[in-house]
Design a protein around this ligand. Structure first.
Ligand code: ZN
Length: 456
């Protein structure tokens, strides 16, 4: 198996610390709002990696955190706590906000066929672990105190910035354009923030330095240690984590116990919508419920993400989701047309299985894996073997190919024909096709993007 390691910036052979076990930490969501489809791409990626490791016979100890405190609106040390801001917006307590959006997130990942990580840990359940780690970093001489918190002195760590491409150590001095506040260097970051004088935060704790709350980065290093130890195999997150969050996690680990924490740091690319960044204000903030509202299955989105390599930027359009749906439905329909007999021969020495596995083991080449799936579906191999293999592949791909609710292929083809007729404004033909579909026991529903077929 080979993965692209951001630490070292190269594709590297995967060598686990233990022979048949993998320690895997995935940076989880900040639960102040619904997740958008760009956030969720990270967890589809996490899931593919998890299942690929399992397919290779590893027992995977997957830990994912839930950030419910300390993540400020600008990712660095300025701005408001996203959680407190969310609570004010919705006139609820921070704790209610955290519970509500954690549940919403868990629903989303379930709909995307993402296997729940074995450990899901909340930052607020591990405040002592975080305080203890800050104490260790302090004891090693990497901290200083300002009027608003305890900071990590990045100039004291010679490896600081090792995850970043083209990092220039001179950046430590800070530019004139960046407001330093009380910080000594622009890259220094908060380990512990004090509650503001006179301010009553909903989430605050006592610490040796004063009442307040942990900085955002310390939770991951502390919980990673608590559940996986000081050294584990894989750490994942979105590409936006490279320059701040993961750089600082790595610095904390180096300062506290002198090691790099995870051997492999893997990052997935952004999702753009019509080539623009997703932002709540622009109306391009797309959630799972928005996909469902337009008649799509969340698994159509999963399929769409598999067509692009996880490290590449993915440009989402409704048209591309429409094609993904069409491709996924075709696969489902072909599968449902195969014989129901059960095949019990296993997967050894099967060329399709071998190509599928080697595609995934090559830094999760999912578009290649989908191509192998397509070849298999189109091949002339015996129906029961084909069905068995498709379902084996789908254990990793997670496209729900074996699930019921299948629209027969001929009905689906009629739907496509009708769509064409509508595009050509041939309403007579389109009506005729609607009636034909109805005769076969299905109803066609027009959606803003494409159509949906439901059983009557
Ligand atoms: Zn993290």
């Amino acid at each position: 198996m080979e993965f692209y390691n951001t630490l070292g910036r190269s594709k590297q052979e995967f060598k686990p610390i233990k022979e048949k076990e993998v320690g895997f930490y995935a940076c989880g969501p900040t639960v102040y709002h619904y997740a958008h489809i760009g956030n969720l791409r990270s967890y589809i990626f996490m899931d593919l990696l998890n299942k690929t490791l399992e397919l290779n016979g590893f027992k995977v100890n997957l830990v994912m955190n839930i950030t419910d405190v300390g993540h400020l609106t600008d990712d660095a040390d300025d701005g408001e706590d996203k959680m407190e801001k969310g609570a004010r917006r919705e006139k609820k307590t921070v704790w209610d906000i955290a519970d509500y959006y954690t549940d919403a997130f868990m629903d989303d990942i379930k709909k995307l066929n993402i296997k729940k990580p074995g450990v899901i840990c909340k930052a607020t359940d591990h405040i002592d672990d975080q305080i203890n780690m800050v104490k260790e970093i302090e004891a090693k001489g990497f901290t200083y105190k300002t009027s608003d918190g305890v900071y990590f002195d990045t100039s004291r760590l010679k490896e600081y910035g090792e995850l970043m491409p083209n990092f220039n150590p001179g950046d430590l001095e800070g530019g004139k354009r960046v407001s330093l506040g009380d910080k000594k260097h622009v890259t220094d970051f908060a380990l512990w923030k004090f509650s503001k004088p006179g301010e009553k935060r909903q989430m605050e704790w006592d610490s040796p330095w004063g009442r307040g709350f942990p900085g955002w980065h310390i939770e991951c290093t502390a919980m990673g240690c608590a559940f996986l130890g000081k050294k584990f195999d894989i750490h994942t997150g979105g590409i936006d984590h490279i320059t701040v969050h993961h750089t600082n996690e790595l610095a904390q680990a180096r300062a506290s116990f002198g090691d790099k924490h995870a051997n492999y740091w893997l990052h997935n690319g952004h999702v753009l919508v019509n080539n623009e960044k997703m932002a709540k204000s622009s109306g391009k903030f797309i959630k799972i419920s928005d996909l469902e509202g337009k008649g799509f299955s969340p698994l159509d989105y999963r399929y769409l993400t598999l067509q692009t390599h996880y490290r590449k930027r993915l440009n989402f359009t409704w048209e591309s989701l429409e094609s993904a749906r069409s491709a996924r439905l075709k696969l489902k329909n072909k599968l449902s047309g195969l014989k129901q007999e059960v095949y019990e021969g296993g997967v050894s020495n099967n060329e399709y299985y071998d190509s599928f596995l080697s595609a995934l083991n090559d830094d999760l080449n999912t578009s290649k894996a989908l191509a192998v799936l397509q070849e298999l579906i189109d091949s002339s191999i015996e129906g029961s073997v084909k069905k068995f293999l498709v379902l084996e592949f789908d254990k990793v791909l997670g496209l729900g190919l074996g699930e019921e609710d299948v629209v027969p292929e001929d009905v689906y083809e009629l739907g496509l024909k009708r769509e064409k007729a509508r595009e050509l404004k041939n309403y007579e033909e389109s009506d005729k096709l609607r009636k034909e579909i109805r005769k076969l026991g299905f109803e066609i529903l027009d959606k803003k993007e494409g159509f949906e077929i439901k059983k009557l």
